[in-house]
Structures are given as structure tokens and as C-alpha cells.
Design a binder for this molecule. Structure first.
Ligand code: ADP
Ligand code: MG
Length: 237
């Protein structure tokens, strides 16, 4: 089991609204593709932050590869899970696309030989995502679609077991969105995508989780959940 979440409740420090997530339980297996659906404010982003240990659980537990998430296992969990931020500008901070892509692995590189293989890996991933030609461009001058793919490259190069993506189709025009969906279709990593893009969920994910006001309302085959118009409407979708 890649990820196991049991009875998770989370509140923001100093938040006045009580628990933002309440008693959430689910698990994700190797190679699974799961959509996390929910209206604005349902708690999707909060759940991703909790999985990375950025927000602390008030109760319940999170296991990554069978290892309980706690202070001493944080570095391990954060290498197994890779987060694609909702806003690529939060992820890209180096002068060029290439610098951003190699930044993560270079922090772990132990030898010049390893640094060389990082350069090759970076080129391979940029090529796979179709953005090798922009590797020397400045991140802040890219289009929305290019930024999204550059951010994705910087996550993929860390070879996460489970990719967490926060509304990856947000801010994209239809063409960039279609291109992203086609690329995500080719990935071999397991992923959890937060979205209210039902078509994206239907195209990419066999399974959906539905969050409503911090509680897990449904967990099942994507076709069942996306076809349940009444339930989606009740949950603000
Ligand atoms: N930094 C924060 N401090 C306090 N409350 C927050 C914070 N961020 C989000 N919230 C609250 O948590 C709830 C869930 O938000 P969020 O996880 O961002 O929802 P979603 O990603 O599904 O739109 C909302 O009620 C929101 O107001
Ligand atoms: Mg969000």
C-alpha cells in the first residue's frame, strides 16, 4: 500500500472553523490514478498539505509505504510523494526552467558522476514533456501551459512513488489543457489529482474520492461517481 489515511482530522492552527477535514479514510495502491473531487473550500488542498506533513493531523494517521508519518519520517514521505502546486509560480523560483528541474536532485547528488546523470535525466524528462526547447528560458516569461509542464518536470525528476497534483488544469486554455491530459495519460507513477474538472477525472482516473465540507462523501469507480448527478450537485459540483 502506497498511501493509507485513517480517520484523519485536520484544523488550521488558530483557525476559527474547527476541523477542515473530519475523519477522512482512504488508501491508494501502487500505480493507481485517483481524482479527488470537491467544490471550492471542500478541503482538497488541505488534504494534500496534510499528506506532506505541512499541516499536522489533529487525529488519525497517515502511512506512506507502511511508514507512519511523523517528524522523523517526514524526509522519507516527502521523497515518496511529489506535490505539483496549484500555482506553478509557487514551484518555479530559479532563473531558468533547467535550473528548476535539476534543483531538487542536485540537493541529493553525492558525486560529479551523479550530477552528470541528473543532467541526462533532466533532458529526458523535458523531452518527454515536449518542453526541451524552453529549457534555457526564464520561468516567469513562460505561458501558463509551459509553466505547468516545467513545474511537472521539476516534480517528476524526483521520481515520486505518488504524484499529488492540485488542480493541474486550472488556468490552462483548452489546447494546453488537452495537452496536459494527454501527457498525464502516459505517466507510470500513481497519482492523486484534486480537480473539479470532471472530464479530466473521467479521462485519467479509474477511481474518484468525493470530499464535501471536509468529509469523504464517496470513494469508488469514477464512472459511478461522475454519473451520479444528484450526489455531485449536493456536493456543489
Ligand atoms: N491557511 C488557512 N487558514 C485557515 N483556514 C484555511 C486556510 N486555508 C484554507 N482554509 C479553510 O479550509 C477550508 C478548505 O480549504 P481548501 O483545502 O483550500 O479547499 P479546496 O482546496 O477544496 O478548495 C476552507 O473552509 C478554507 O477557508
Ligand atoms: Mg484547493
Amino acid at each position: 500500500m502506497l498511501l493509507k489515511v485513517s480517520g484523519l482530522s485536520v484544523a488550521y492552527p488558530g483557525g476559527t472553523e474547527g476541523h477542515v477535514l473530519e475523519d477522512v479514510s482512504f488508501s491508494i495502491d501502487e500505480g493507481e490514478r485517483v481524482a479527488l473531487l470537491g467544490a471550492n473550500g471542500a478541503g482538497k488542498s488541505t488534504l494534500l498539505l496534510a499528506l506532506l506533513g505541512i499541516l499536522e493531523a489533529h487525529s488519525g494517521s497517515i502511512e506512506v509505504d507502511g511508514v507512519l508519518l511523523e517528524k522523523k519520517s517526514l524526509p522519507f514521505a516527502r521523497r515518496r510523494l511529489g506535490l505539483l502546486f496549484q500555482d506553478p509560480d509557487d514551484q518555479l523560483f530559479m532563473p531558468t526552467v533547467y535550473d528548476d528541474v535539476v534543483f531538487g536532485p542536485q540537493n541529493y547528488a553525492a558525486s560529479p558522476a551523479e550530477a552528470e546523470s541528473i543532467a541526462q535525466r533532466a533532458e529526458r524528462i523535458l523531452e518527454k514533456l515536449g518542453i526541451l526547447h524552453i529549457k534555457d528560458r526564464m520561468s516567469h516569461k513562460l505561458s501558463g501551459g509551459e509553466k505547468r509542464l516545467a513545474a511537472l518536470a521539476s516534480v517528476l525528476i524526483m521520481e515520486p512513488g505518488l504524484l499529488l497534483m492540485d488542480e493541474p488544469s486550472a488556468y490552462l486554455d483548452p489546447r494546453a489543457r488537452r495537452r496536459l491530459i494527454a501527457l498525464l495519460e502516459t505517466l507510470t507513477e500513481a497519482y492523486l489529482i484534486t480537480t473539479h474538472d470532471l472530464e479530466l477525472a473521467r479521462n485519467l482516473c479509474g477511481r474518484c474520492l468525493l470530499l464535501h465540507k471536509g468529509r469523504l462523501r464517496a470513494d469508488g469507480p469514477a464512472s459511478d461517481i461522475i454519473n451520479d448527478k444528484k450526489m455531485l450537485e449536493e456536493c456543489g459540483l
